[in-house]
Design a protein around this ligand. Structure first.
Ligand SMILES: Nc1ncnc2c1ncn2[C@@H]1O[C@H](COP(=O)(O)OP(=O)(O)OP(=O)(O)O)[C@@H](O)[C@H]1O
Ligand SMILES: [Mg+2]
Length: 289
């Protein structure tokens, strides 16, 4: 589901943790991992369903901080479903269910006292199709997640957040003189960087990107890849991509999914040059998918 089921705007709203139920003072994840997971996000025996259809089974993967993990695999294998389990977006689809554990910086995000809205603020998401809020200006899009949040920032603080986020998203120089222009006046590549800025403005710990460049031209794609390389020291980044050159260029670690299973994971260089599993080899050499 790349936003179609719940609608682009609803998905963006939910991913920013700005649903009506946001109280801003709910407890953070409280259960601590038995095994120390040093930051980042990790899944243990993760499974996911849409109704009766099991989409993911027994996924175990550690996605460390200050590093980019690429998720690859043929269409329909469960890549989007997987990353939607990492910020509790999956469960918003009626009939959808998750089992297993997801540790965010050592604490379980599916624990009983955890507010999913808070999880979504800590785990930011960028979708395949740029989805800025169409009626808002560039400026207001960046602060959209903060506006509805708990803290009330001063005007200067708000301006600082906007500049910092747009700089991080490598968009500042292109928009600094027209921050009040509608977001829809930007090109597709600029809109996608605006969505990255919007996700970064709330200072998440993890950034999930679901084929963020698949709708973009090569130059915009390059800009997104460059900005990921620049910001990765501050986040755990998980990127779904169909583009294996892109996975090879940007990521430290790659995970190959097939039919809802995690077939193989490892250092990107190794997985692409010496895959251990025949199915990985078939996929990366283009024999299927
Ligand atoms: N809202 C939904 N309701 C029911 N089934 C769904 C829904 N969204 C996705 N699925 C099914 O779940 C499976 C995994 O879908 P998912 O979107 O996670 O795949 P994907 O690997 O991201 O594919 P793609 O590369 O095409 O984006 C598919 O069989 C799909 O048909
Ligand atoms: Mg997908």
């Amino acid at each position: 589901m790349s936003g179609e089921t719940m609608g682009q705007e609803a998905a963006a709203v939910a991913s920013l943790g700005i649903t009506a139920s946001a109280t801003g003072n709910a407890s953070r994840a409280e259960e601590t991992a038995g095994e120390a997971v040093a930051g980042g996000i990790a899944v243990e025996r993760l499974a996911a369903w849409f109704g009766r259809n099991r989409i993911l089974a027994d996924i175990n993967l550690n996605m460390p901080p200050r590093s980019i993990t690429a998720i690859i695999g043929p269409s329909g294998c469960g890549k989007s479903t997987f990353i939607r389990c990492l910020n509790r977006l999956h469960e918003l689809v009626p009939g959808a269910r998750v089992e297993g554990r997801v540790w965010l910086n050592g604490a379980e995000i599916y624990g009983p006292r955890v507010d999913p809205v808070q999880v979504r603020r800590r785990v930011g998401m960028v979708f395949q199709k740029p989805n800025p809020f169409p009626t808002m200006s560039i400026f207001d899009n960046v602060v959209a997640g903060m506006r509805f949040g708990s803290r009330r920032l001063s005007r200067q603080e708000t301006r600082d957040v906007v500049e910092r986020s747009l700089r991080q998203a490598a968009l500042w120089d292109e928009v600094k003189d027209r921050l009040r222009a509608p977001a829809t006046s930007l090109s597709g590549g600029q809109q996608q960087r605006l969505c990255i800025a919007r996700a970064l403005a709330v200072e998440p710990e993890v950034l999930l990107l679901d084929e963020p460049a698949s709708a973009l031209d090569p130059l915009s794609t390059l800009k997104i890849e460059e900005l990921l390389a620049q910001i990765k020291m501050s986040y755990a980044i998980v990127i779904v991509t169909h583009n294996m050159q892109q996975a090879a260029r940007v990521s430290e670690q790659t995970a190959f999914f097939l039919n809802g299973e995690l077939v193989e994971q490892g250092p990107t260089q190794e997985l692409f040059t010496r895959p251990r599993d025949r199915r990985t080899e078939d996929y990366i050499t283009g024999r299927f998918g």
